[in-house]
Design a protein around this ligand. Sequence first.
Ligand code: SF4
Length: 344
Amino acid sequence: MRNLKQDYYTNSFSHIYVEEKILSHPRTRAILAKFDGAHVVRIAHYKDIFCRRGQDAALQHQSQKLILAAKQGSLLYAGAPVCQDFGNSAFYYTSCVMNCIYDCGYCYLRGMYPSGNLVVFVNLEDIFAETERMLRQQPLYLCVSYDTDLYALEHLTGYVAAWNAFVQKHPQLVVEVRTKCANRDLLKEMEPNRRLIFAFTLSPERIAARLERGTPSLKQRILCVKEAIERGFAVRLCFDPMLFVSDWRAQYGEMLAQIEDAIPMEKLLDVSVGSFRISQDYLKKMRKIAPGEPAVWFPYENKAGYYQYPQALLEEMEQFLTGRLKQTVGEDKIFRWNSGESRQ
Ligand code: SF4
């Protein structure tokens, strides 16, 4: 696995843009202290940098710059009807970070954001306050790692640990942290909590190596899943997005065998299965900015503004996975994305 602390951060983040209003925020100071040699640039608003016209997001991603900002306006968003809600009615998400240090060739963020740079919102307490306000009205299921991989940034932000501590104080709150990160050491620093769900996205080894650039291998992710289960965290496995390759059946079959060999499947909270799908606007942009990515050129079917695999193929792929998983985790723990109801 890429050593994020010693390798990634020293090669990237040569420039750190900081909104003037949060220059003296304790979290700003703590993050800047990690980058002695970085060139710090004061800015009025993160959008002045992040939303400039004519940026090459794919190129920027090769040498990401860091932007520190305050999140304003809406802090929590209702989960779109196109997202997997795992049976939760009050389903919300929040973005404390925009963009990701990983570089998956199929990632919808490429179609969503105008920049490849990373924005960290340092005012996490404001998001906590808004969450508490909403908790006074109803219990919440909150996804905090949608538009980034929050756990992969833990050395930088400490946000997963902060959410974990926050969840402990709020019995009506369940938080999902979706990740491809495999850092087992960080798990040891956190108090296990059944209401903080670590949702590990797993892909076959060859697909991960080819399309999920910068991410840990399947083997490393499996070891991290095992450690999380042993430590008592609630663990979800996400086979989402499931990707078509010519030998998909063999690759996904091998992956399941590796997982079943290493993990006590009966201890999983649940699993999620969903084949790749994406909004037509995002895919159009991805084809333009990253035409070399194989995942963007499949002849998808457009269903109500979302591209997905042809229905027969989609069914074949997803039922292959769910059929195998039923034997080890039980049908009631399998959440399958329903066609037309997910965004990525
Ligand atoms: S890990 Fe997730 S958010 Fe990050 S690049 Fe890959 S798909 Fe996108």
